[in-house]
Design a binder for this molecule. Structure first.
Ligand code: SF4
Length: 344
């Protein structure tokens, strides 16, 4: 496993900000272990977050709504969009929106309300029923699992023609299911998938090799059969995902480097301190949230130095990021990542 950081991709500008509208969620995913007691973001802090986003020097900027499940606070989300639209008109700049959703509330009514703003969606869905139920259980136990409802909502999204991709998380012990889960999404008409390895879990060499070799086999087979999927991975500069460049504003107005660590605060607690960049009152410009990725890598490892098990997990997650980046770049070079993204 890597101790010192390898050569990592650099990004030019920070033009994207994630806002955690609420920590409330109907699910209790195994890889998303955070304190749910924080109240939702206030409208004032949401506006301040958007003001911060508009300090970015690039155009367009991107506002990403995240949670918890952000659609539980559609009122707040729409208020944020209206405010961002106002700023964008006043400044003559463009703004784009992404909503990350577990799919449960993503019905026709919601799609119609957000359609005028050209919102795109990241749907967190793990594919096959077994993987979905095991990795994404409901918070409230006892009732039937709403698998069908999520499938129906994803099918509605496909029919709507709105831009989206499915973020499909695979756990190390479920690496064998990655092909079947991706197939299921393709059968539903999903055109774009991001293959995500579960973070906060220990990826041993064997599981990692199995995971990538199965995805490689799937992509080669799809090409042979003339069924190209558009793979989102090579298009983002996020890997290692633990150090994704997009900063996050939490519900309480605290600002963090990266977008992953707040959701893992109870699995990887020391990393949260490393990513803490201040508050909406102290962080003035997006540019101040730029990471020195080599330094961050070293600080992550140093922060877990006293906990061998945790250190192994963090190292393996960083390593998975490096492998994933190299793997999908290679798949892209071979023309296997398909769809309209092949030329993007
Ligand atoms: S990953 Fe998303 S859907 Fe799952 S518990 Fe976290 S916020 Fe909810």
């Amino acid at each position: 496993m890597l101790n010192s950081p390898p050569r990592l991709k650099e990004y030019d500008q920070l033009g994207s900000l994630m806002v955690m509208l609420t920590r409330a969620c109907q699910m209790a995913c195994v890889y998303c272990v955070y304190d749910r007691s924080l109240p939702a973001m206030t409208p004032r802090d949401l506006k301040r977050s958007i003001d911060l986003l508009f300090t970015a020097e690039c155009d367009p900027v991107r506002l990403q709504f995240f949670g918890g499940e952000p659609l539980l606070r559609l009122d707040l989300l729409l208020g944020g969009i209206r405010y961002a639209e106002k700023l964008s008109r006043a400044a003559g700049r463009s703004v784009r929106y992404t909503v990350t959703s577990n799919g449960l509330l993503l019905d026709r009514r919601v799609l119609d309300r957000l359609a005028p703003y050209g919102v795109d969606y990241l749907v967190s869905f793990d594919g096959g029923r077994a993987a979905q139920e095991a990795q994404r259980p409901l918070l409230k136990k006892g009732g039937p699992y709403p698998y069908r409802r999520i499938l129906d909502n994803i099918s509605g999204l496909v029919r709507s023609g709105q831009d989206f991709f499915v973020n499909m998380v695979t756990s190390p012990e479920r690496a064998a299911e990655v092909e079947r889960s991706a197939e299921l999404l393709l059968e539903m008409g999903v055109g774009r998938i991001r293959f995500a390895y579960r973070m906060g879990a220990l990826w041993r060499k064997g599981a990692a090799a199995d995971y990538f070799s199965r995805i490689g086999r799937l992509l080669r087979r799809l090409r042979r059969e003339g069924r190209m999927v558009s793979v989102f991975n090579p298009l983002c500069m996020d890997e290692p995902d633990l150090m994704s460049p997009t900063p996050t504003v939490d519900c309480d107005g605290r600002v963090y480097l990266g977008s992953v660590v707040p959701a893992l605060e109870r699995i990887l607690p020391p990393l949260k301190g490393v990513c803490d960049a201040g508050t909406l009152g102290t962080v003035r410009r997006m540019q101040d949230l730029r990471q020195d990725r080599r330094r961050l890598w070293n600080r992550f490892l140093a922060s877990c130095a006293g906990d061998r098990a945790l250190l192994e997990i963090v190292r393996s997650n960083l390593q998975m990021g490096v492998l994933s980046d190299a793997f999908f770049d290679r798949m892209r070079e071979f023309g296997l990542t398909g769809g309209r993204d092949a030329a993007a």
